[in-house]
Design a binder for this molecule. Structure first.
Ligand SMILES: Cc1cc2nc3c(=O)[nH]c(=O)nc-3n(C[C@H](O)[C@H](O)[C@H](O)COP(=O)(O)O)c2cc1C
Length: 375
């Protein structure tokens, strides 16, 4: 027996918001920022919101056992921190013990969370050794028990998983197990665990997954993930596969902080520097008030904002030598006038998101047409 989901109001709102302002005859997918360990914390989510907001955000995955462990619970607090002025994300948790998942999920409503996501796709060997993440694809009864355990929180439960552990075609046995649990959303990263993030995402399987969802759990929203880089590309994909309800974007945000922008346009270097400065300010705020943050980890973001213009790599190089946010600000203050002048002289537009998005959408449409012709 599966427990029935509580009224998934959160997700109803997400779907309605994505449709807002658009003709109801044309279904619009919702877009989400993928959960990414050491990336999608309260700082980066707020920067993305400023650059071009998705409809939904996911936290980094957080270990359920740590959340309920008296000694460990403080060390994971930063992962689940949400600022007052940010859109409430979905909490993603992971684990392999139903009692831990239930205990952790029950803490979430008091923290302001309105939805919980279970990680059943992580390929990391430590997570797999713990019987969690993608290992649950090999332990399907336990996976079902974890969904029931999470439902004890009263929150709508979603699951993010992969197609299979060894082979993508395992999805035919695996996804029905999750769909039978009456989850609010099923997010499918279109690869097996073995494929890691190396093989191309299996877009060719989307229609079969949609049909499976329609047959087993028509009320479960289906979200697709893997290799989708921008809203335009996601819209093209959803148009080609109308049963898809949501599109999740992960690494695309590293290449383009404006990946979720509704009307893609050109962005100046100044705009991207402003995003970097926002990230620095929020880093200081969180470091001072929520949880200690490691400055070195901030460096991985520099490339997101500082790319594609004259002197970008030289400037990045200088920033890689810094040791504190104030040092970054000093380098920017010292170097930016020179960089802006060089960029102006080149008449270089920093990032033409409109052209790039149109190009990506055309490439996706061509790929889909090729696949349709082949099938
Ligand atoms: C740095 C990084 C951290 C990730 N951390 C998580 C995580 O905490 N939870 C999760 O479900 N997936 C995680 N993923 C996987 C992504 O959510 C996503 O499924 C994957 O990157 C494929 O989507 P993409 O091609 O749009 O990037 C991570 C991926 C990256 C690159």
């Amino acid at each position: 027996m599966t427990q029935s989901s509580p009224q998934p109001l959160f997700w109803d709102e997400v779907v309605a918001n994505a449709q807002k302002g658009h003709d109801s005859s044309e279904k619009r997918p919702f877009f989400s920022l993928a959960p990414m360990e050491a990336v999608t914390d309260t700082i980066f989510r707020r920067v993305v919101e400023k650059a071009g907001a998705p409809d939904v955000y996911f936290t980094e995955f957080t270990n359920a056992s740590s959340m309920i462990h008296p000694k460990a619970k403080f060390s994971v607090q930063g992962r689940l921190a949400v600022a007052e002025n940010e859109t409430q994300p979905v909490a993603q948790i992971w684990g392999s013990r139903p009692e831990d998942i239930a205990g952790a999920a029950k803490l979430l409503p008091d923290m302001g969370y309105r939805a919980v996501d279970l990680n059943m796709g992580c390929p990391d060997p430590t997570v797999v050794k713990n019987g969690a993440g993608s290992d649950l694809i090999r332990h399907q009864d336990l996976a079902a028990q974890l969904v029931s355990a999470a439902k004890e929180s009263g929150l709508p439960v979603s699951v993010k998983t992969r197609l299979g552990f060894y082979d993508p075609m395992e999805f035919r046995d695996w996804l029905p197990v999750i769909l039978q649990q009456d989850v609010a959303v099923l997010t499918v990263h279109l690869r097996s665990r073995k494929e890691m993030s190396k093989a191309p995402a299996h877009f060719e399987l989307i229609d079969e997954i949609v049909a499976m969802r329609d047959a087993i759990a028509p009320n479960t929203l289906l979200q697709i993930n893997g290799d989708i880089k921008s809203r335009a590309e996601g819209e093209a994909l959803a148009k080609a596969h109308p049963g898809v309800d949501g599109i999740m974007i992960g690494r695309g945000i590293f290449e383009n902080p404006y990946a979720f922008e509704e009307s893609p346009r050109q962005h100046t270097l100044e705009e991207s520097i402003a995003l970097l400065k926002l990230q620095l300010d929020l880093f200081d705020e969180v470091n001072a008030t929520v949880t200690p943050k490691h400055f070195e980890a901030l460096k991985r973001y520099f490339k997101i904002y500082l790319r594609g213009f004259a002197h970008a790599s030289a400037l990045r190089q200088m920033l890689m030598e810094t040791h504190a946010t104030d040092e970054v600000r000093e380098v920017l203050d010292r170097e930016l006038a020179r960089v802006y002048a060089a960029v102006a002289a080149d008449q270089h537009i920093y990032r033409d998101n409109a052209a790039a998005s149109a190009e990506m959408a055309a490439a996706t449409a061509a790929k889909l047409a090729r696949e349709a012709a082949e099938s």
